[in-house]
Design a protein around this ligand. Structure first.
Ligand SMILES: Nc1ncnc2c1ncn2[C@@H]1O[C@H](COP(=O)(O)OP(=O)(O)OP(=O)(O)O)[C@@H](O)[C@H]1O
Ligand SMILES: [Mg+2]
Length: 217
């Protein structure tokens, strides 16, 4: 589902990624762990096509992303990849429902269809009675579940999460992690999760350790 070959990335004179080779299968749940500054976020941004590598190849769902033009890449990302960040990154002036609808509207889905699907996702995440709330009116766990609904709305094959439970308390954290496994059962998504959470890391299919810009598997 995801393949990286020899990915390198530098910021100025600092070489952060020194040749990353990974193969992640469909429906696999993989955790990326490593010390602060190891390049985990940088790698996730590159896998998510939000940033481009200096060299190397990225193949997602059979598409070599480096060959796509900017517009094609944006459409590819919107359709194939869902993101969950440490801090939800919901738009404050929109309701939960509207936030979840946005990626579907960007994908040119009809508003009625986008709304129906967003409601289904929020329902699935047990947020039916919070749909009209704005982010400031939601708890941390609820905001993170809205962010997951937003990541799922276009039914992407790949979900990338950067410390998704980093801002949550134990109960919400455990619920969010359980949700990832439930989604994989129901929708067969592939998850790549950057985490410092040892409990999550001990439950995933595979842990990828990153240190000094290389993978120690
Ligand atoms: N846009 C940037 N410009 C310059 N340096 C950057 C940039 N982004 C990241 N870096 C540097 O690259 C290194 C790797 O950063 P990255 O965010 O990938 O680390 P990380 O493994 O996610 O760390 P953490 O666990 O603290 O989130 C760090 O030394 C960071 O300072
Ligand atoms: Mg990071």
């Amino acid at each position: 589902m995801i393949q990286t070959q020899g990915i390198t990335k530098s910021f100025g004179t600092l070489q952060v990624l020194k040749g990353i080779d990974l193969t992640i299968e469909k429906s696999e749940i993989v955790a990326i762990i490593g010390p602060s500054g190891a390049g985990k976020t940088t790698l996730l941004q590159i896998i998510g096509t939000l940033d481009s590598p200096d060299s190397g190849r990225l193949i997602i769902n059979g598409t070599e992303t480096g060959r796509l033009k900017d517009k094609e890449l944006a459409a590819f990302r919107n359709k194939n990849i869902g993101f969950v960040f440490q801090f939800h990154q919901l738009l404050p002036e929109f309701t939960a429902l509207e936030n979840v609808m946005i990626p579907a509207l960007i994908a040119k889905e009809k508003p009625g269809v986008a709304e129906k699907r967003a409601k289904e996702m929020l329902d699935f995440l047990k947020l039916s009675d919070r749909m009209g709330h704005k982010p400031a009116e939601l708890s941390g766990g609820e905001k993170q579940r809205v962010a997951v609904a937003r990541a799922l709305i276009n039914n992407p094959a790949v979900i990338l999460a950067d410390e998704p439970s980093g801002s949550l308390d134990t109960k919400n954290k455990e619920e969010l992690h359980a949700l990832f496994f439930e989604l994989r059962e129901q929708m067969k998504q592939t998850f790549v999760i950057v985490t410092h959470d040892e409990q999550l890391a001990s439950n995933v299919d595979r842990v990828i350790h990153i240190k000094d810009g290389v993978v120690l598997e």
